[in-house]
Write a protein that binds this ligand. Structure first.
Ligand code: HEC
Length: 157
């Protein structure tokens, strides 16, 4: 029940973000995807940026999997390190030098969701280091909520 409630909250949040993402570029992108039955907003980016984002995404998923494993075996400090280095604020801007960092092609609302994910991964890292497993799981759910919110709102193809 709780899960259903929080999922629908996320859906509402995503709608909120989508509604507030209305800039000229967004409108153009929306028009392009208008014939689609897919309700997510299409965000176009250069192929190279899309590929970098795809690699990052796969690594986020793998990192998440590792974090859950470390939490299950009580290795909270390792979980914290994985989160900070691969999803936290330390992981931001690593493609900046290439000029193809995916963030610069995202509408602001989407970028905010991305920043939110990095913030919450760093916050998880901080909390996990205190050794409080329950609080750590709670903080981790804020990270996965960012994944869900963004995936429910945007697509790149
Ligand atoms: C700021 C938005 C955003 C956030 C936050 C986000 N993603 Fe994504 N992710 C996307 C988009 C957009 C795609 C491409 C989906 C599409 O075009 O169909 C994607 C694709 C993926 C894919 C598929 C990669 C492939 O092989 O094509 C995985 C796996 C993934 N994300 C995992 C995650 C995980 C795990 C998190 C959270 C820790 C996360 N993402 C957070 C936007 C986001």
């Amino acid at each position: 029940m709780l899960r259903v409630v929080s999922l629908s909250m996320i859906a509402c949040l995503s709608m909120f973000y989508s509604v507030h993402a209305e800039t000229a570029t967004d409108k153009a992108q929306e028009a392009k995807g208008a014939n689609d039955s897919d309700m997510r907003q299409l965000v176009s980016m250069p192929e190279q940026a899309r590929r970098l984002m795809q690699q990052d995404m796969l690594d986020h998923l793998a990192a998440l999997n590792e974090i859950i494993g470390h939490l299950a075996t009580g290795e909270l400090v390792t979980a914290a390190e994985v989160a900070e280095s691969r999803m936290g604020k330390s992981a931001m801007g690593k493609h900046r030098a290439t000029g193809m960092g995916p963030g610069r092609f995202m509408p602001l609302a989407m970028r905010n969701l991305g920043w939110g994910m990095h913030e919450s991964a760093s916050e998880f890292s901080r909390i996990a280091k205190t050794g409080d497993v329950k609080a750590a799981y709670n903080a981790l759910q804020k990270v996965t909520a960012s994944c869900v919110a963004c995936h429910y709102s945007y697509r790149t193809r």
